[in-house]
Design a protein around this ligand. Structure first.
Ligand code: GDP
Ligand code: MG
Length: 181
């Protein structure tokens, strides 16, 4: 490599940003839009308008540009998840960890999504949201209920967090930044 090529690589590295693209899916009212709002603007709001179809958001943290698809969770939109998850660097699956009655549906939807051949190997991050509320499921509970230990062929992580108190969101953002390239 010539001096100039080496110099160019060093120089561009100072300004170059890396990119991580991910899709946020999960049942309705689990906190997907709240997540995107909180990481985007640091703003927590009690009233979130239910998402119709999807929102796209781009934001920059340090030298990482995040491209985020926030996909609606109502039953009629779930068939779109696969399309939005295709080709991303990570799938973020948000669960309301206080809504035990919906764990079975969440497991079914998550496992169906992951069984799509187009999504093979895509890393998965499961967020057990709303841990500011009493009676929320722990990470251990979520691993069992969503059968996360049966998932093979991709990296899987699960964190308990809260969009409201922003608990654990720093670890979550680091996990996502680590998927950038
Ligand atoms: N207590 C609590 N409520 C939350 C949290 N995250 C979201 N919510 C509430 O849950 C409801 C659904 O949130 P939203 O972001 O619209 O969910 P989405 O349908 O998955 O996009 C809203 O009333 C939010 O205020 C959280 O961490 N703690
Ligand atoms: Mg939403």
């Amino acid at each position: 490599m010539s001096f100039f090529t080496t110099f160019f690589h060093w120089f561009s590295g100072l300004f170059w940003t890396k990119t991580a693209e991910f899709s946020v899916v999960g049942l309705q009212a689990s906190g997907k839009t709240s997540f995107v709002n909180v990481i985007g603007s640091g703003q927590w709001s009690e009233d979130v308008v239910p998402t119709v179809a999807f929102n796209f958001r781009k934001l920059r943290k340090g030298n990482v540009t995040f491209k985020i698809w926030d996909v609606a969770g109502q039953p009629k939109f779930r068939s779109m998840w696969e399309r939005y998850c295709h080709g991303v660097d990570a799938i973020v699956f948000v669960v309301d960890s206080t809504d035990q009655e919906k764990f079975e549906t969440a497991r079914f939807e998550l496992q169906s999504l992951l069984s799509q051949p187009t999504l093979q190997g895509v890393p998965l991050l499961v967020l057990g949201n709303k841990n500011d509320l009493d009676g929320h499921a722990s990470v251990q509970d979520l691993i069992r209920e969503l059968e996360l230990n049966k998932i093979t062929g991709r990296p899987v992580s699960c964190y308990s967090c809260s969009m409201k108190s922003q608990h654990n969101l720093d670890i979550v953002m680091q996990w996502l930044a680590d998927r950038s390239h």
